[in-house]
Design a protein around this ligand. Structure first.
Ligand code: 3PG
Length: 382
């Protein structure tokens, strides 16, 4: 595989695909971690006197439609502040070509506003390739997606290579996977239920105990009890049953619920067997916290992805906070990944207490599952 650090980028138009998909609240960056981790790549390209084109997605907008909520503009402003003295501009319409000088950076608007991005459209991939001489794939967190700006572009660009962040993420994760000590405890939460089910089954092969929270846990709970208005996926109930048979999965026994979904919602703690039709599970309860903490204490390796509840709402933060702090205080080798997980790490200021923090969420889990990613296989064949 070609590496960016080994290439001569002088005066070349270099299209760097980063993952700058950071959590935002009303245009304000909640966690800058992914941008900060991408900065060394940008600085290396500047040092090499490249004409730098930065591309990323942000969220999941409707393709073909501009939506301010998903604009990369706030990320551009952050980059501008971090790269003082650098000629850096933001461009909304770029598919027909852009003017760029050496040592200049052009930040492209959200690639997912372009029709065909997520379906890896050939025409769009060609358009991206026409913008540059070299493609650098450095978006580890999006490296599990086969999309035009992460994958398809490679088929049409003159040269493509792997970036420093993608390389170091893979190197570290590989060594972790090969040397993990048992018991391995996997903690999975968050709302992306359907996207994580396949991965759960693979993780169950390497893990000794799996602790579930968030929307994912609700689907499992729904096998035994009604979950009211809670986020869950009925179509995955049968698949959940199969995974549950491994006897490695622990589910919440109690939860914090509410009849409304807002930042001021009041939490009531209830057994998961007592959820009413108008109630919604928004966090794990105290008994679950106690049980999960006991298991975490015994772990030698911890893999963590996703919050236990809606930690953005103060009354539904406790589960995520207690579990996060218990991981931080554990003597186990702890590995965490995922946009939301990083936001949690930032919120509770436990950054230095996690052994390794990956910038990837789905990519992190998929790499753990397959020990490779589609783009790596593509690069190997080139
Ligand atoms: C992530 O947050 O996991 C990555 O940025 C990928 O985002 P996606 O799940 O919307 O493709």
């Amino acid at each position: 595989m070609l590496h960016m650090k080994d290439l001569d980028l002088k005066n070349k138009r270099v299209f760097i695909r980063l993952d700058l998909n950071v959590p935002l609240n009303k245009g304000k960056i909640i966690s800058s971690e992914r941008i900060d981790r991408a900065l060394p790549t940008i600085k290396l390209a500047l040092k090499k006197n490249a004409k730098i084109i930065i591309a990323s997605h942000l969220g999941r907008p409707t393709e073909g439609q501009y939506d301010k909520k998903f604009s990369l503009f706030p990320i551009f402003i952050y980059l501008k502040k971090k790269l003082i003295g650098v000629n850096i501009t933001f461009i909304k319409k770029y598919l027909k070509g852009i003017d760029i000088d050496s040592h200049q950076i052009v930040v492209l608007e959200n690639v997912r506003f372009n029709l065909g991005e997520t379906t890896n459209n050939i025409d769009l991939s060609k358009k991206y390739a026409n913008l540059c001489d070299i493609f650098v794939m450095d978006a580890f967190a999006t490296a599990h997606r086969i999309e035009s700006s992460t994958y398809g572009i490679c088929d049409f660009v003159k040269q493509s290579c792997i970036g420093p962040l993608l390389y170091s993420e893979i190197k570290i994760l590989k060594s972790i996977l090969n040397k993990s000590k048992h018991p391995i405890v996997t903690i999975i939460g968050g709302a992306k239920i359907s996207t994580k089910f396949k991965l759960l089954s693979s993780l169950l092969k390497i893990t000794d105990t799996m602790l579930l929270g968030g929307g994912i846990a609700n689907t499992f709970i729904s096998m035994f009890h009604p979950v009211g208005k809670s986020l869950y996926e009925i179509n995955f109930k049968n698949k959940a049953k199969i995974l549950y048979k491994t006897k490695k999965i622990f589910l919440p026994i109690d939860s914090r619920v509410s009849t409304s979904y807002s930042i001021n919602s009041i939490a009531t703690i209830k057994s998961v067997s007592n959820i009413l039709p108008n109630e919604e599970i928004l966090d794990i309860g105290n008994e679950t916290i106690k049980k999960y903490k006991k298991i975490i204490k015994q772990a030698k390796t911890i893999l963590w992805n996703g919050p236990m509840g809606v930690f953005e709402f103060p009354n539904f933060r406790k589960g995520t906070e207690e579990i996060a702090k218990s991981i931080a205080n554990s003597t186990a080798f702890s590995v965490a990944g995922g946009g939301d997980t990083i936001a949690v790490i930032d919120l509770f200021n436990i950054y230095n207490k996690i052994s390794y923090i990956s910038t990837g969420g789905g990519a992190f889990l998929e790499f753990i599952e397959h020990k490779t990613l589609p783009i790596l296989e593509k690069f190997k064949k080139q």
